[in-house]
Design a protein around this ligand. Structure first.
Ligand code: DGY
Length: 417
């Protein structure tokens, strides 16, 4: 306990650059959206004021259309590709051109409830920004008639190379992509990262967005890639409810009503994502309707998102038990019994502390305490054995990706220790 607590605090402080925090030096030398929010949660254990500042600084990268960007480029760093120039100068503060899973409102509610006196001072400024961001998702990332939230770049999901995108990504034609040099492989073993074929398509999608002036209506409706993501869909559902609680604290009645119209569509979105073939929620290619055919850990975020359907849940619990039994260090990001499982390769198998935290939080709220505890103890064990890595091999527990990783340290402080 004590030494790891100390080390976790040190990692937060070392990666903190004034009012924002790097995910890890070298590999990710800027401010990332959801990283930053987990970091705020970690800071709330030791320095609540700094936690609020982390959230506020993220929203300096918010666009006029409401989007909170996935990367805020604070200062030029040659250790990263693709930097601000590739994204094409999109905002007063340079940012990337897509978003990331919206955990912010949930974390802000946590911060508020930790100390409502401080919360009352900090929330009024942030609240309208959170509203605008959620509204952006509900208008810009929903295909008409649907309700599940689309990602238009694998980077938007935060789960870059998940098998969830394979089918849709295969339809992205990488021909003519501007020659580039990857930087990530200078920091991390190639076996733990996306492939070059995937990278060509990631960059091609960035170029498409840049060339259409980041017109997100066009990108979502007609762009080369749009997949309904159970991760973002469930995370946003949860965040909508938390945002509504915040609206009530501030007596913002019209916001409460607007959020009701978002919540109204949750059941439809969940039904759209349910996949009877694999007894789990799974991603769907919005251009073809095709479901991903494997179980990703984010499919278990339905509880966190506030969705329960007794018949479906009975099947989902069986699937979760099977997955937990298949990996000694739960929860693998992808089904270990699926042919595409790769225990070291980023989002194709490895276990992530942040996702574990979200899954367990939902399970616990719905009374699945045994599984929630198992996931928490596994998270504690893997950090104790391997350290504060970006992700972990679910079979051996071996630390993978970047080391001294801020969000893993944050989850340790807030939950796993
Ligand atoms: C990267 O560069 O690998 C990041 O995941 C993009 O967000």
């Amino acid at each position: 306990g004590y030494d790891l607590d100390k080390r976790a605090i040190q990692i937060l402080r070392e990666n903190s650059w004034g009012d924002y925090t790097l995910p890890t030096k070298g590999l990710y030398p800027y401010q990332w959206n959801w990283d930053s929010m987990f970091v705020a949660l970690g800071f709330s254990e030791i320095d609540l004021d700094r936690a609020w500042t982390e959230v506020e600084s993220l929203f300096q990268g918010q666009w006029k259309n409401g989007m909170a960007a996935h990367i805020v480029f604070r200062r030029d760093s040659p250790s990263y590709f693709p930097g601000p120039k590739v994204w094409g100068g999109t905002h007063d503060v340079p940012t990337s051109g897509c978003s990331q899973p919206p955990v912010a409102a949930t974390i802000v509610r946590d911060l508020y409830e930790k100390n409502p006196e401080i919360g009352k001072q900090r929330l009024p400024e942030l609240f309208p920004r959170l509203m605008r961001w959620h509204r952006w998702f509900h208008t810009m990332r929903v295909i008409s008639g649907g309700s599940a939230i689309a990602v238009t770049h694998p980077w938007e999901s935060g789960r870059d190379n998940s098998p969830d995108w394979d089918d849709a990504l295969a339809d992205v034609d990488p021909t003519g992509v501007t020659p580039y040099q990857r930087k990530d492989l200078g920091h991390v073993d190639a076996a733990m990262r996306p492939t070059n074929a995937e990278y060509d398509r990631y960059i091609k999608l960035v170029e498409y967005g840049r060339d259409c002036g980041w017109d997100h209506t066009q990108i979502t409706r007609e762009g080369p890639f749009a997949v309904a993501d159970p991760g973002i869909t469930f995370i946003l559902m949860r965040a909508d409810r938390d945002l509504q609680a915040l609206a009530k604290y501030l007596d913002k009645e019209s916001a409460v009503h607007e959020i009701d119209t978002w919540l109204y569509r949750d059941q439809i979105a969940a039904s759209y994502l349910w996949n009877d073939e694999i007894n789990a929620y799974s991603a769907r290619n919005l251009r073809t309707g095709q479901h991903a055919d494997g179980v990703s850990s984010v499919g278990f975020l339905s509880y966190y998102g506030g969705i329960t359907k007794p018949k479906r849940d009975a099947k989902l619990q069986k699937t979760l038990s099977r997955i937990l039994d298949a990996a000694p260090y739960s929860v693998p990001s992808f089904d270990p019994q699926h042919p595409k499982f790769d225990s070291r390769r980023y989002w194709r198998g490895p276990t992530w502390a942040i996702v574990n935290y979200l899954i367990a939080r939902g399970l616990e709220e719905y009374g699945f305490e045994e599984k929630a505890t198992r996931i928490r103890l596994d998270t504690r064990k893997v950090i104790q054995e391997s350290g504060f890595f970006e992700y972990f091999d679910p079979m051996t527990g071996e630390g993978s990706g970047g080391n001294h990783f801020t969000w893993t340290a944050a989850i340790w402080l807030a939950w796993a220790s």
